[in-house]
Design a protein around this ligand. Structure first.
Ligand code: ADP
Length: 270
């Protein structure tokens, strides 16, 4: 089941991602009523395997979340990732680089944030901002952001070689759904604080971001380090799709509990 879903949502390394023809409102053949129970089941199994991952302490899982403002990155972390044992999960929110981060190369802070063996890393934005933002906002010359594709591919391959499994999710929302969510955010006193004027200026750059995301997905989706385009107009579809792919991946990683020391056999605790 998870394998079929992966095949449906993955970005091929040989064909263009064709973002404009991928529906943002796909329900993937699921229905909302049963999705909630299904999600709870999937999260339960994720947590079960994550317990083994942490105990085994040999491999790591890195989950990269990218998407436009209000595409649901925070919601996904809250609804799906919190189902795992927080002792083994590291959520990192990447902001505009500041202070000491600006004194180093752009991958410096990214490498430092990588999950340790046994951990699951969840990145809310990532090193991909270092390609998208400078390109869309003309902050550096084209040769600077284009050579970053190569850096990023090599960097990710190094992490894979050293024991990290990487999943990258692009949360795909429509222009209209983003409008509704940003409006709701401003109108609701509980969420108005989240409003950032840059969300509106970024919205004006919608076509430029589409172009930039299309290239990022095409240039950096590889069989060993794939991008998945997740239809994200419906929150329940987004959550279930990501959870199922994470679960399928954890199953394949198949972490094992460490074997108890033989000498402990017969020990009676009094
Ligand atoms: P979010 O919008 O993800 O909820 P923030 O409001 O703190 O969180 O926004 C983070 C901002 O930081 C975004 O506008 C994002 O584009 C920006 N950002 C993150 N990483 C970088 C980077 N490497 N270069 C430029 N901007 C970045």
């Amino acid at each position: 089941m998870g394998e079929t879903l992966k095949r449906k949502l993955v970005v091929s390394s040989t064909r263009p991602p064709d973002l404009e023809n991928r529906p943002t409102n796909d329900t993937l053949g699921w229905d909302k009523d049963s999705a909630k129970g299904e999600l709870a089941k999937v999260i339960g199994e994720m947590a079960f395997i994550q317990h083994r991952l942490l105990a085994e302490a040999k491999q790591s899982l890195l989950i990269v979340l990218q998407g436009r403002d209000a595409s649901g990155k925070d919601g996904l972390v809250r609804h799906v990732m919190t189902g795992m044992n927080p002792a083994g999960v590291r959520v990192v929110n990447f902001k505009v680089p500041a202070g000491v981060e600006r004194m180093h190369d752009y991958l410096w802070r990214v490498h430092a944030a990588c999950p340790a063996r046994g951990e699951v890393g969840v990145w809310n934005r990532s090193h991909y901002e270092d390609i998208l933002v400078p390109r869309v906002k003309n902050l550096v010359s084209e040769d600077v952001w284009t050579r970053r594709y190569r850096h990023v591919r090599d960097f990710e391959q190094m992490l894979v070689d050293e024991g990290t499994t990487i999943l990258k999710f692009y949360l795909h929302v429509s222009h209209e759904v983003q409008r509704q969510r940003l409006q709701k955010r401003v109108d609701n006193p509980e969420s108005a604080w989240k409003h950032d004027p840059s969300d509106l200026s970024d919205r004006e750059l919608w076509p430029k971001y589409s172009e930039a995301y299309t290239d990022v997905l095409a240039q950096t989706s590889r069989p060993a380090v794939p991008w998945f385009v997740v239809p994200a107009d419906f929150k329940w579809v987004r959550d279930l799709a990501v959870a199922k792919i994470v679960l399928e991946t954890l199953r394949t990683m198949n972490p094992q509990l460490p074997k108890p020391d033989k000498s402990m056999k017969g020990i009676v605790v009094v």
